[in-house]
Design a protein around this ligand. Structure first.
Ligand SMILES: Nc1ncnc2c1ncn2[C@@H]1O[C@H](COP(=O)(O)OP(=O)(O)O)[C@@H](O)[C@H]1O
Ligand SMILES: [Mg+2]
Length: 426
Protein backbone atom coordinates (compact mmCIF):
# COMPACT_ATOMS: atom_id res chain seq x y z
CA UNK A 1 0.00 0.00 0.00
CA UNK A 2 1.45 3.31 -1.00
CA UNK A 3 0.86 6.35 1.10
CA UNK A 4 2.33 9.10 -0.97
CA UNK A 5 -0.71 11.12 -0.34
CA UNK A 6 -0.85 14.89 -0.02
CA UNK A 7 -2.77 14.51 3.23
CA UNK A 8 -0.13 15.05 5.89
CA UNK A 9 -2.01 13.25 8.60
CA UNK A 10 -2.52 10.01 6.82
CA UNK A 11 1.05 9.24 5.92
CA UNK A 12 4.58 10.54 5.95
CA UNK A 13 5.30 13.36 3.56
CA UNK A 14 8.22 13.38 1.24
CA UNK A 15 7.45 16.74 -0.27
CA UNK A 16 8.26 19.82 1.77
CA UNK A 17 5.03 20.84 3.41
CA UNK A 18 4.04 24.36 2.55
CA UNK A 19 3.01 25.07 6.09
CA UNK A 20 3.65 28.74 6.43
CA UNK A 21 1.93 29.02 9.78
CA UNK A 22 4.51 26.94 11.62
CA UNK A 23 7.23 27.99 9.20
CA UNK A 24 7.19 31.49 10.57
CA UNK A 25 7.97 30.50 14.14
CA UNK A 26 11.41 30.17 15.58
CA UNK A 27 12.06 26.91 17.33
CA UNK A 28 12.81 27.07 21.05
CA UNK A 29 16.29 26.53 22.47
CA UNK A 30 16.10 22.78 22.25
CA UNK A 31 18.89 20.27 21.96
CA UNK A 32 18.67 17.77 19.10
CA UNK A 33 20.93 14.78 18.53
CA UNK A 34 20.75 12.87 15.28
CA UNK A 35 22.11 9.34 14.84
CA UNK A 36 22.58 8.58 11.16
CA UNK A 37 23.70 5.52 9.27
CA UNK A 38 24.82 7.23 6.09
CA UNK A 39 26.96 10.30 5.64
CA UNK A 40 24.46 11.76 3.15
CA UNK A 41 21.76 11.61 5.81
CA UNK A 42 24.05 13.25 8.35
CA UNK A 43 24.78 16.02 5.84
CA UNK A 44 21.09 16.45 5.16
CA UNK A 45 20.28 16.76 8.86
CA UNK A 46 23.19 19.13 9.38
CA UNK A 47 21.97 21.33 6.56
CA UNK A 48 18.72 21.81 8.50
CA UNK A 49 20.51 24.25 10.83
CA UNK A 50 20.63 26.76 7.99
CA UNK A 51 16.88 27.11 8.21
CA UNK A 52 16.04 30.38 9.94
CA UNK A 53 13.69 28.60 12.33
CA UNK A 54 16.61 26.58 13.70
CA UNK A 55 18.71 29.55 14.82
CA UNK A 56 18.47 28.77 18.55
CA UNK A 57 18.60 25.00 18.25
CA UNK A 58 21.72 23.06 19.28
CA UNK A 59 22.01 20.17 16.83
CA UNK A 60 24.69 17.52 16.68
CA UNK A 61 24.95 14.52 14.40
CA UNK A 62 26.49 11.18 15.28
CA UNK A 63 27.18 7.91 13.54
CA UNK A 64 25.66 4.57 14.22
CA UNK A 65 21.93 5.00 13.55
CA UNK A 66 19.47 3.43 15.92
CA UNK A 67 21.98 1.07 17.54
CA UNK A 68 24.39 3.95 18.04
CA UNK A 69 21.65 5.93 19.78
CA UNK A 70 20.79 3.04 22.09
CA UNK A 71 24.45 2.58 23.03
CA UNK A 72 24.97 6.28 23.58
CA UNK A 73 21.93 6.85 25.80
CA UNK A 74 22.80 3.97 28.06
CA UNK A 75 25.33 6.32 29.57
CA UNK A 76 24.39 9.82 28.36
CA UNK A 77 21.42 12.05 29.09
CA UNK A 78 18.86 12.33 26.29
CA UNK A 79 18.21 15.63 24.50
CA UNK A 80 14.81 17.20 23.80
CA UNK A 81 14.65 15.48 20.43
CA UNK A 82 16.39 12.47 18.96
CA UNK A 83 16.45 11.86 15.22
CA UNK A 84 17.44 8.36 14.19
CA UNK A 85 18.02 6.91 10.79
CA UNK A 86 17.31 3.23 10.40
CA UNK A 87 17.49 0.85 7.48
CA UNK A 88 16.10 -2.04 9.46
CA UNK A 89 13.35 -4.03 7.76
CA UNK A 90 9.76 -3.22 8.75
CA UNK A 91 9.32 -5.87 11.42
CA UNK A 92 12.49 -5.00 13.28
CA UNK A 93 12.02 -1.26 13.66
CA UNK A 94 9.45 -1.21 16.47
CA UNK A 95 11.35 -3.68 18.73
CA UNK A 96 14.54 -1.68 18.26
CA UNK A 97 12.70 1.53 19.13
CA UNK A 98 11.44 -0.14 22.30
CA UNK A 99 15.04 -0.71 23.31
CA UNK A 100 15.79 2.93 22.61
CA UNK A 101 12.78 3.98 24.69
CA UNK A 102 14.17 2.08 27.64
CA UNK A 103 17.23 4.30 27.79
CA UNK A 104 15.45 7.59 27.13
CA UNK A 105 13.99 10.13 29.48
CA UNK A 106 10.27 10.70 29.62
CA UNK A 107 10.22 14.05 27.88
CA UNK A 108 12.43 13.14 24.92
CA UNK A 109 10.73 13.13 21.51
CA UNK A 110 11.74 11.00 18.55
CA UNK A 111 11.73 11.42 14.79
CA UNK A 112 12.62 8.38 12.71
CA UNK A 113 14.18 8.60 9.27
CA UNK A 114 13.53 5.34 7.49
CA UNK A 115 13.94 3.71 4.14
CA UNK A 116 10.75 1.68 4.18
CA UNK A 117 7.73 3.15 2.50
CA UNK A 118 4.91 1.40 4.33
CA UNK A 119 1.84 3.07 5.74
CA UNK A 120 1.15 0.31 8.26
CA UNK A 121 4.61 0.76 9.69
CA UNK A 122 4.08 4.51 9.74
CA UNK A 123 0.85 4.16 11.68
CA UNK A 124 2.32 1.64 14.08
CA UNK A 125 5.25 3.92 14.85
CA UNK A 126 3.05 6.93 15.46
CA UNK A 127 0.81 4.84 17.68
CA UNK A 128 3.82 3.77 19.68
CA UNK A 129 4.63 7.41 20.34
CA UNK A 130 7.19 8.18 17.63
CA UNK A 131 6.57 11.80 16.73
CA UNK A 132 7.21 11.51 13.00
CA UNK A 133 8.44 9.03 10.46
CA UNK A 134 10.05 10.51 7.37
CA UNK A 135 11.07 8.42 4.39
CA UNK A 136 14.50 8.95 2.92
CA UNK A 137 15.43 10.62 0.73
CA UNK A 138 13.75 13.64 2.21
CA UNK A 139 14.56 17.33 2.33
CA UNK A 140 16.02 19.47 5.09
CA UNK A 141 12.85 21.51 4.93
CA UNK A 142 10.69 18.47 5.65
CA UNK A 143 12.85 17.69 8.66
CA UNK A 144 12.56 21.24 9.98
CA UNK A 145 8.81 21.18 9.32
CA UNK A 146 8.49 18.02 11.36
CA UNK A 147 10.52 19.55 14.21
CA UNK A 148 8.47 22.76 14.04
CA UNK A 149 5.23 20.79 14.19
CA UNK A 150 6.44 19.26 17.42
CA UNK A 151 7.93 22.24 19.17
CA UNK A 152 6.67 25.43 17.60
CA UNK A 153 3.16 24.72 16.38
CA UNK A 154 0.23 26.75 17.63
CA UNK A 155 -0.86 25.02 20.82
CA UNK A 156 2.35 22.98 21.20
CA UNK A 157 2.91 22.26 24.87
CA UNK A 158 5.48 24.61 26.42
CA UNK A 159 8.79 22.82 26.60
CA UNK A 160 10.17 24.59 29.65
CA UNK A 161 10.17 23.15 33.12
CA UNK A 162 9.97 25.86 35.78
CA UNK A 163 11.86 25.30 39.01
CA UNK A 164 11.83 27.84 41.83
CA UNK A 165 14.33 28.13 44.67
CA UNK A 166 13.29 29.99 47.78
CA UNK A 167 15.08 30.34 51.12
CA UNK A 168 13.46 29.76 54.48
CA UNK A 169 15.43 32.72 55.80
CA UNK A 170 17.49 35.36 54.00
CA UNK A 171 21.03 34.16 53.38
CA UNK A 172 20.22 30.45 53.68
CA UNK A 173 21.58 30.01 50.18
CA UNK A 174 18.61 29.77 47.77
CA UNK A 175 20.37 31.88 45.15
CA UNK A 176 23.66 30.02 45.48
CA UNK A 177 21.91 26.65 45.20
CA UNK A 178 19.73 27.85 42.29
CA UNK A 179 22.72 29.08 40.26
CA UNK A 180 24.86 26.02 40.91
CA UNK A 181 22.00 23.65 40.12
CA UNK A 182 21.39 25.57 36.89
CA UNK A 183 25.07 25.14 36.08
CA UNK A 184 24.94 21.42 36.83
CA UNK A 185 21.91 20.97 34.56
CA UNK A 186 23.58 22.85 31.74
CA UNK A 187 26.75 20.81 32.10
CA UNK A 188 25.33 17.36 32.60
CA UNK A 189 22.12 17.47 30.56
CA UNK A 190 23.55 19.91 28.05
CA UNK A 191 20.19 21.60 27.90
CA UNK A 192 19.59 25.31 27.78
CA UNK A 193 18.78 26.88 31.12
CA UNK A 194 17.39 30.35 31.74
CA UNK A 195 17.87 31.86 35.20
CA UNK A 196 15.34 34.50 36.22
CA UNK A 197 16.67 36.66 39.03
CA UNK A 198 13.44 37.75 40.68
CA UNK A 199 15.13 39.64 43.50
CA UNK A 200 15.09 42.94 41.63
CA UNK A 201 16.66 45.24 44.26
CA UNK A 202 19.33 42.85 45.58
CA UNK A 203 19.68 39.89 43.20
CA UNK A 204 23.08 38.24 42.79
CA UNK A 205 22.74 36.18 39.60
CA UNK A 206 24.74 38.79 37.67
CA UNK A 207 27.47 38.88 40.32
CA UNK A 208 27.64 35.11 40.67
CA UNK A 209 28.12 34.65 36.93
CA UNK A 210 30.36 37.70 36.59
CA UNK A 211 27.94 39.47 34.27
CA UNK A 212 26.86 43.07 34.28
CA UNK A 213 24.50 43.42 31.36
CA UNK A 214 22.70 46.71 30.73
CA UNK A 215 19.30 45.02 30.52
CA UNK A 216 17.52 42.29 32.37
CA UNK A 217 14.38 41.14 34.04
CA UNK A 218 13.20 44.63 35.05
CA UNK A 219 12.89 45.62 31.39
CA UNK A 220 10.89 42.48 30.71
CA UNK A 221 8.34 42.98 33.44
CA UNK A 222 8.30 46.72 32.82
CA UNK A 223 7.12 46.17 29.26
CA UNK A 224 3.56 45.81 30.59
CA UNK A 225 2.69 42.53 29.00
CA UNK A 226 4.18 43.37 25.61
CA UNK A 227 7.24 41.14 25.76
CA UNK A 228 7.82 38.92 22.76
CA UNK A 229 10.46 36.25 22.19
CA UNK A 230 12.73 38.64 20.30
CA UNK A 231 12.65 41.18 23.09
CA UNK A 232 13.23 38.51 25.73
CA UNK A 233 16.22 37.36 23.72
CA UNK A 234 17.72 40.83 23.70
CA UNK A 235 17.26 41.20 27.45
CA UNK A 236 19.02 37.93 28.24
CA UNK A 237 22.71 37.69 28.78
CA UNK A 238 24.65 34.57 28.03
CA UNK A 239 26.59 33.53 31.12
CA UNK A 240 28.10 30.34 29.74
CA UNK A 241 27.37 27.65 27.23
CA UNK A 242 23.68 26.68 27.70
CA UNK A 243 23.14 29.29 30.44
CA UNK A 244 21.24 32.52 29.95
CA UNK A 245 20.34 35.06 32.59
CA UNK A 246 17.69 37.65 33.08
CA UNK A 247 19.53 39.64 35.70
CA UNK A 248 18.14 41.90 38.37
CA UNK A 249 18.99 45.61 38.12
CA UNK A 250 20.10 45.60 41.79
CA UNK A 251 19.51 49.35 41.99
CA UNK A 252 17.56 51.17 44.62
CA UNK A 253 16.61 54.21 42.56
CA UNK A 254 13.01 53.08 42.74
CA UNK A 255 10.95 50.62 44.71
CA UNK A 256 9.77 47.32 43.32
CA UNK A 257 6.20 46.61 44.26
CA UNK A 258 5.11 44.14 41.63
CA UNK A 259 1.52 43.23 41.21
CA UNK A 260 0.43 39.66 41.61
CA UNK A 261 0.81 38.66 37.97
CA UNK A 262 3.83 40.81 37.12
CA UNK A 263 6.01 37.86 36.11
CA UNK A 264 3.33 35.79 34.47
CA UNK A 265 3.98 36.73 30.87
CA UNK A 266 7.75 36.52 31.16
CA UNK A 267 7.44 33.10 32.72
CA UNK A 268 5.09 31.90 30.03
CA UNK A 269 7.41 33.11 27.33
CA UNK A 270 10.48 31.70 29.03
CA UNK A 271 8.79 28.32 29.17
CA UNK A 272 8.06 28.43 25.48
CA UNK A 273 11.63 29.15 24.54
CA UNK A 274 13.90 27.34 27.01
CA UNK A 275 13.78 23.75 28.26
CA UNK A 276 14.75 24.57 31.85
CA UNK A 277 13.74 27.78 33.63
CA UNK A 278 15.25 28.40 37.07
CA UNK A 279 13.59 30.99 39.27
CA UNK A 280 15.77 32.62 41.90
CA UNK A 281 13.02 33.83 44.22
CA UNK A 282 13.81 36.31 47.01
CA UNK A 283 13.01 35.55 50.62
CA UNK A 284 9.74 37.43 51.12
CA UNK A 285 6.04 36.70 51.15
CA UNK A 286 4.22 38.88 48.67
CA UNK A 287 1.23 38.39 46.42
CA UNK A 288 3.45 37.85 43.37
CA UNK A 289 5.70 35.34 45.14
CA UNK A 290 2.73 33.36 46.36
CA UNK A 291 1.20 33.44 42.89
CA UNK A 292 4.47 32.37 41.28
CA UNK A 293 4.88 29.49 43.73
CA UNK A 294 1.36 28.34 42.90
CA UNK A 295 2.08 28.13 39.19
CA UNK A 296 5.55 26.61 38.71
CA UNK A 297 6.50 22.97 38.27
CA UNK A 298 8.90 22.37 41.14
CA UNK A 299 9.79 24.24 44.31
CA UNK A 300 12.94 23.81 46.36
CA UNK A 301 13.09 25.32 49.84
CA UNK A 302 16.66 26.02 50.96
CA UNK A 303 17.14 26.21 54.73
CA UNK A 304 19.89 26.33 57.30
CA UNK A 305 19.54 23.80 60.11
CA UNK A 306 18.40 26.15 62.87
CA UNK A 307 15.12 26.85 64.60
CA UNK A 308 14.07 30.01 62.76
CA UNK A 309 14.68 28.29 59.42
CA UNK A 310 12.74 25.29 60.66
CA UNK A 311 9.72 27.34 61.62
CA UNK A 312 9.78 29.29 58.34
CA UNK A 313 10.38 26.22 56.20
CA UNK A 314 7.45 24.46 57.84
CA UNK A 315 5.17 27.46 57.26
CA UNK A 316 6.37 27.77 53.68
CA UNK A 317 5.91 24.08 52.98
CA UNK A 318 2.42 24.04 54.49
CA UNK A 319 1.36 27.11 52.53
CA UNK A 320 2.82 25.77 49.29
CA UNK A 321 1.06 22.42 49.70
CA UNK A 322 -2.23 24.19 50.37
CA UNK A 323 -1.72 26.49 47.38
CA UNK A 324 -1.14 23.62 44.97
CA UNK A 325 -2.76 20.46 46.28
CA UNK A 326 -2.47 18.69 42.94
CA UNK A 327 1.06 19.70 42.07
CA UNK A 328 4.40 18.32 43.20
CA UNK A 329 5.22 18.95 46.86
CA UNK A 330 8.06 21.29 47.80
CA UNK A 331 11.48 19.72 48.25
CA UNK A 332 13.99 20.58 50.92
CA UNK A 333 17.71 21.33 50.73
CA UNK A 334 19.52 21.85 54.01
CA UNK A 335 22.49 24.13 53.44
CA UNK A 336 25.42 25.37 55.50
CA UNK A 337 25.61 22.29 57.67
CA UNK A 338 28.40 22.22 60.24
CA UNK A 339 29.02 25.85 61.11
CA UNK A 340 31.63 25.68 63.86
CA UNK A 341 30.19 25.59 67.38
CA UNK A 342 26.67 26.16 66.14
CA UNK A 343 24.06 23.84 67.64
CA UNK A 344 22.21 22.41 64.65
CA UNK A 345 19.13 20.35 63.96
CA UNK A 346 20.00 17.12 62.16
CA UNK A 347 18.89 17.39 58.49
CA UNK A 348 16.74 14.26 58.64
CA UNK A 349 14.95 15.47 61.74
CA UNK A 350 14.59 18.87 60.13
CA UNK A 351 12.98 17.30 57.04
CA UNK A 352 10.65 15.17 59.16
CA UNK A 353 9.43 18.22 61.07
CA UNK A 354 8.95 20.21 57.88
CA UNK A 355 7.30 17.18 56.21
CA UNK A 356 9.28 17.57 53.01
CA UNK A 357 11.48 15.22 51.04
CA UNK A 358 15.11 15.94 51.94
CA UNK A 359 16.63 16.37 48.50
CA UNK A 360 20.12 17.46 49.44
CA UNK A 361 22.50 18.39 52.24
CA UNK A 362 25.31 20.84 51.70
CA UNK A 363 28.09 21.48 54.20
CA UNK A 364 29.10 24.95 55.32
CA UNK A 365 32.26 25.64 53.37
CA UNK A 366 32.99 29.36 53.52
CA UNK A 367 36.38 29.15 51.83
CA UNK A 368 35.11 27.48 48.67
CA UNK A 369 31.73 29.19 48.44
CA UNK A 370 33.34 32.51 49.32
CA UNK A 371 35.98 32.16 46.61
CA UNK A 372 33.34 31.21 44.05
CA UNK A 373 31.15 34.16 45.03
CA UNK A 374 34.03 36.64 44.97
CA UNK A 375 35.28 35.38 41.61
CA UNK A 376 31.85 35.37 40.02
CA UNK A 377 32.23 31.67 39.33
CA UNK A 378 30.29 28.52 40.04
CA UNK A 379 31.50 26.09 42.65
CA UNK A 380 32.42 23.52 39.99
CA UNK A 381 34.71 26.08 38.35
CA UNK A 382 36.70 26.83 41.49
CA UNK A 383 36.55 23.34 43.04
CA UNK A 384 35.69 20.66 40.50
CA UNK A 385 36.11 17.88 43.04
CA UNK A 386 34.05 19.40 45.81
CA UNK A 387 31.32 16.96 46.78
CA UNK A 388 28.70 19.69 46.81
CA UNK A 389 28.90 19.52 43.01
CA UNK A 390 27.46 16.01 43.14
CA UNK A 391 24.65 17.32 45.31
CA UNK A 392 23.92 20.13 42.84
CA UNK A 393 23.89 17.61 40.01
CA UNK A 394 21.57 15.28 41.90
CA UNK A 395 19.19 18.13 42.70
CA UNK A 396 19.27 19.14 39.02
CA UNK A 397 18.51 15.63 37.80
CA UNK A 398 15.66 15.33 40.26
CA UNK A 399 13.95 18.64 39.53
CA UNK A 400 14.20 18.15 35.77
CA UNK A 401 12.47 14.81 36.09
CA UNK A 402 15.61 12.77 35.41
CA UNK A 403 16.47 10.13 37.88
CA UNK A 404 19.20 10.75 40.36
CA UNK A 405 22.27 8.77 39.29
CA UNK A 406 22.47 6.78 42.50
CA UNK A 407 18.74 6.24 42.81
CA UNK A 408 18.28 3.69 40.06
CA UNK A 409 19.31 2.72 36.60
CA UNK A 410 17.69 4.53 33.71
CA UNK A 411 15.75 1.47 32.73
CA UNK A 412 13.76 1.54 35.92
CA UNK A 413 12.81 5.16 35.49
CA UNK A 414 9.44 5.71 37.07
CA UNK A 415 8.24 7.71 34.13
CA UNK A 416 8.13 5.78 30.92
CA UNK A 417 9.53 7.58 27.92
CA UNK A 418 6.83 9.21 25.86
CA UNK A 419 7.24 6.99 22.85
CA UNK A 420 6.79 3.94 25.01
CA UNK A 421 4.13 5.30 27.33
CA UNK A 422 1.69 5.97 24.55
CA UNK A 423 2.14 2.51 23.26
CA UNK A 424 1.50 0.99 26.66
CA UNK A 425 -1.67 3.03 27.01
CA UNK A 426 -3.14 2.00 23.68
N1 LIG B 1 27.19 25.92 51.78
C1 LIG B 1 27.68 27.15 51.94
N2 LIG B 1 28.82 27.35 52.62
C2 LIG B 1 29.30 28.59 52.79
N3 LIG B 1 28.73 29.69 52.32
C3 LIG B 1 27.60 29.57 51.61
C4 LIG B 1 27.01 28.29 51.38
N4 LIG B 1 25.89 28.48 50.65
C5 LIG B 1 25.78 29.80 50.44
N5 LIG B 1 26.80 30.47 51.01
C6 LIG B 1 27.01 31.92 51.04
O1 LIG B 1 25.96 32.49 51.78
C7 LIG B 1 25.63 33.78 51.31
C8 LIG B 1 24.14 33.89 51.08
O2 LIG B 1 23.76 33.05 50.02
P1 LIG B 1 22.58 33.39 49.01
O3 LIG B 1 22.55 32.28 48.05
O4 LIG B 1 22.68 34.76 48.51
O5 LIG B 1 21.32 33.27 50.00
P2 LIG B 1 19.79 33.61 49.75
O6 LIG B 1 19.55 33.71 48.28
O7 LIG B 1 19.05 32.48 50.38
O8 LIG B 1 19.53 34.89 50.47
C9 LIG B 1 26.45 33.97 50.05
O9 LIG B 1 27.55 34.77 50.37
C10 LIG B 1 26.92 32.57 49.69
O10 LIG B 1 28.17 32.57 49.03
MG1 LIG C 1 18.73 35.20 47.07
Amino acid sequence: MSFLTPNKNSGPTEEPAADVATGARLLPRITIQAFCEHSQTAELVESAVHDRRMSKVALTTHNGGLEGAIESYKSNPTPNLIIVETSLPTGEIAPALDRLAEVCDASTRLIVLGHVNDVLLYRELLRSGVSEYLILPTSAQSIVNAIADLFAAEGAAPIGRTIGFVSAKGGAGASTVAHNVAWAISQHLRQDVLILDMDLPFGTAGLNFNQDPPHGIADAIGASGKVDPTMLDRLMSKAANHINLLTAPAMLDKTFDHDERAFEQVLELAQKTTPVVILDIPHAWTAWIRHTLATIDEIVIVAEPDLANLRNAKNLADSIKALRPNESEPLLVVNKIGVAKRPEIAPKEFATSVECKLLGQIPFDPATFGTAANNGQMLAEVAANNRANDTFKMIGMHVTGRIAPEAASKASNLKLPSFLKIKKAS
